[in-house]
Design a protein around this ligand. Structure first.
Ligand SMILES: *[C@@H]1O[C@H](CO)[C@@H](O)[C@H](O)[C@H]1NC(C)=O
Ligand SMILES: *[C@@H]1O[C@H](CO)[C@@H](O)[C@H](O)[C@H]1NC(C)=O
Ligand SMILES: *[C@@H]1O[C@H](CO)[C@@H](O)[C@H](O)[C@H]1NC(C)=O
Length: 204
């Protein structure tokens, strides 16, 4: 009996862990459940392989990925595009537009409603926030003016997406990479000069 139960658990395990879809209302107030500011829910803890489905409510909204430090500035990552939904549609009307995003790991992800234009009021969404980087702290950052990392320069004007894979604020690796290669070529030419010297000496 007991043994059989274990076997069935093992058998069911893959089914139980299949991808879960988190349905997130964009332009829906999570406290009132009505159309409004932000995301409902505004924070989730998905696992790798899960799916986030952003469902757009009335008004003009877009879901754009940002960073914990700069909640209201695109980081060049995910961007749902802008959706305009008729104001006449009820908050949970069927057939609302949906955009999905696959969750690949459990690293924190940060988003805001760019087109909604109310990021500073708290239209932000956190995925796998941590004990240090909490949804409340993310919201608090959203209320502040954007911060720019000292290492970033002119190209840093929000909409540029060239740096999409490099998180803002990380130092460029070009200078540090250049030094070892110069050193290497100096060593290499010293070595070849030595080799030429030895060959000459031997065959002279
Ligand atoms: C997960 O990987 C897919 C495929 O590479 C990519 O399209 C998607 O943006 C990734 N998800 C996140 C949250 O980065
Ligand atoms: C970005 O830079 C371009 C050209 O320098 C400028 O026209 C544009 O207004 C800037 N955008 C923002 C959001 O600062
Ligand atoms: C430096 O960074 C660029 C992209 O930013 C990358 O393609 C390159 O491989 C990196 N070089 C080193 C030495 O890490």
């Amino acid at each position: 009996m007991h043994f059989r139960f274990i076997i069935s658990c093992l058998f069911l395990f893959p089914l139980a862990t299949s991808a879960f879809e988190y349905r997130i209302g964009v332009g829906k107030d999570e406290t009132t459940g009505r159309k409004g500011l932000g995301f409902d829910p505004s924070s989730i803890h998905p696992s790798a392989g899960d799916i986030i489905a952003f469902e757009f409510r009335s008004g003009v909204h877009s879901v754009v990925q940002s960073t914990f430090e700069n909640p209201c500035v695109s980081n060049g990552g995910f961007n749902s595009g802008v959706f305009t939904v008729d104001d006449a549609l009820p908050v949970d009307a069927p057939g609302l537009p949906i955009v999905t995003l696959n969750v690949n790991d459990t690293n924190p992800l940060w988003f805001f409603d760019e087109a909604g234009g109310e990021c500073h009021k708290g239209a932000v969404f956190s995925v796998n926030p941590t004990l240090d980087q909490t949804p409340a702290a993310f919201k608090a950052n959203a209320a502040k003016p954007p911060v720019f990392a000292p290492s970033s320069t002119a190209s840093d004007n929000a909409s540029s997406s060239a740096s999409s894979t490099t998180p803002a604020g990380q130092p460029s690796n070009t200078s540090s990479a250049a030094i070892p290669s110069i050193r290497l070529s100096v060593q290499w030419s010293a070595l070849s000069m030595f080799a030429i010297y030895v060959l000459r000496y031997q065959f002279a």
